[in-house]
Design a protein around this ligand. Structure first.
Ligand code: ARG
Length: 245
């Protein structure tokens, strides 16, 4: 389940979970997911940081980002180690049982990436192939749904760069992951060496900011901010900065 994967807490702040006027909300993110979140030296930056920071400004609250492993990232909400998870998280019915989400702020889909020459363009074509995914993601979900949880053909990695490196090194035939991250990777790693495709069965996914189940106060704050930056053009501006429509 969602809360069984686990690493210990990596929180460096005792602030999470507290309330009050000076409250700085602690935001967990797996910052190995460019262009949505990545490390630039000590600084965490990316689309999600821009959107949430802008929503926080507009909504009158403060945030501080903490690099957090994806495995167990939702547990940090439950444990009050983090107040918000901003990590290109797809809003799913499964997750909604355990977490609350803000309104959606980005539309995505899964994408298959293979090496030029292999040309694996559909989910069906991946049937007898080795596939790399990031453990516990919606990319993992689509592949697991087809091949079963225990398929030896699914190689699960703790972060997306490791999954993509495995493809590059020839350890797998394909990787499946969020379109924005796959395209950022191929762009920076010799786009001509890779083929990318979206299977017709891949559904639209929407990213939302996750909060602890029942934290409607914070959920409302985030949504108020999001509404403002959707209305005043700020979200469009951030999308344009990253080349998103
Ligand atoms: N959107 C996908 C999901 O929610 C992948 C998110 C992974 N995010 C990350 N920062 N590694 O399952």
């Amino acid at each position: 389940g969602l809360f069984t994967a686990g690493c210990g807490s990596t929180s460096t702040s005792s602030d999470a979970g507290k309330t009050g006027a000076d409250k700085v909300y602690v935001v967990g993110t797996d910052a190995s997911y460019a262009p949505f979140e990545s490390m630039n030296g000590e600084k965490i930056e990316g689309f999600d940081m821009d959107v949430l920071s802008a929503a926080a400004d507009a909504g009158g609250f403060k945030v501080q980002f903490q690099n957090t492993p994806w495995d167990g990232i939702f547990l940090t909400l439950k444990n009050n180690d983090r107040d918000i998870v901003a990590s290109a998280v797809t809003i799913t019915d499964d997750r909604k049982k355990e977490l609350d989400f803000s309104d959606p702020y980005f539309e995505a889909t899964q994408m298959i990436v293979s090496k030029k020459g292999a040309e694996l363009k559909t989910l069906a074509e991946l049937k007898d192939k080795k596939i790399a995914v990031q453990n516990g993601t919606t990319g993992d979900d689509v592949v697991t749904k087809m091949l079963g949880k225990d398929s030896p053909n699914i190689k699960r990695f703790e972060n997306m760069p490791l999954a993509l490196l495995e493809l590059k090194n020839g350890g797998v035939d394909a990787a499946v992951g969020d379109n924005g991250v796959v395209l950022e990777y191929t762009k920076n790693n010799g786009a001509g060496d890779f083929v990318t495709a979206v299977d017709s069965s891949f559904e639209k996914e929407y990213y939302g900011f996750a909060v602890k189940k029942g934290n409607t106060d914070l959920q409302t704050k985030i949504n108020d901010g999001l509404k403002k930056i959707k209305a005043n053009g700020k979200l469009d501006e951030i999308n344009a900065k990253y080349g998103f429509k």
